[in-house]
Design a binder for this molecule. Structure first.
Ligand SMILES: [Zn+2]
Length: 202
């Protein structure tokens, strides 16, 4: 699927599973879901036909920057959580995330980056920084693997074991992609509205 679809479905999946009950939790679910939705395409570069993956990373990065800034101003707890982590935890998170991500970038398309191992390691790296973001990132990453499994190219879930599998239901960039993108967007907006209503209503 295309990056906007991974982004909207990742965010919606993270909100649905995490069910955040305050503003900081909603921000963290959106950041984690967005990051998890796109980090599996780490190996896709900026060159043509992979420009979409770069766009996805820019979108997720923009959402993250805006919400982290909003958290800083509104003090919803994300920065406080990060700053309360020990130096050892932050260091471990940085090393695990960077090494896993860089190895992923060097691998072939839909290889290591589209595996449970990659998703768990990258999410663990983020978890060391912020458990509130790490868990939704894991859910976003799993949603990426599930969406790609619907396509016509095998997803190596259990890398390095086996060649992976796919359901061969849809092409990555046609009608189904658009349908999933809008379904994710609609579900994400509905879930944010629902969780915000619950938060405001007490
Ligand atoms: Zn993918």
């Amino acid at each position: 699927m295309m990056s906007k679809t991974h982004l909207t479905v990742g965010i919606a999946a993270a909100l649905a599973v995490c069910r955040p009950d305050d503003l900081g939790g909603i921000f963290a679910a959106v950041i984690g879901g967005a990051a998890g939705g796109v980090f599996c395409d780490a190996e896709c570069d900026a060159g043509q036909p992979m420009r979409d993956a770069l766009l996805g990373r820019l979108n997720a990065g923009g959402i993250t920057a805006i919400l982290l800034a909003a958290d800083w101003i509104l003090k919803t707890g994300i920065w406080a959580g990060i700053l309360s982590q020990s130096a050892a935890s932050l260091g471990t998170g940085l090393v695990v995330f960077m090494i896993t991500y860089l190895i992923g970038r060097l691998c072939r398309h839909r290889g290591f980056t589209h595996s449970l191992l990659f998703v768990f390691l990258v999410s663990y790296g983020l978890f060391c920084f912020s458990p509130a973001i790490g868990i939704p990132a894991l859910i976003g990453g799993l949603s990426h693997l599930m969406l790609d499994t619907l396509n016509k190219k095998p997803v190596p879930w259990f890398f390095p074991i086996g060649r992976g599998f796919c359901l061969q239901l849809f092409y990555a960039n046609r009608t189904a992609n658009t349908v999933f993108m809008w379904a994710g967007f609609t579900a994400g907006v509905a879930l944010i509205t629902w969780r915000l209503a619950g938060y405001i209503g007490g």
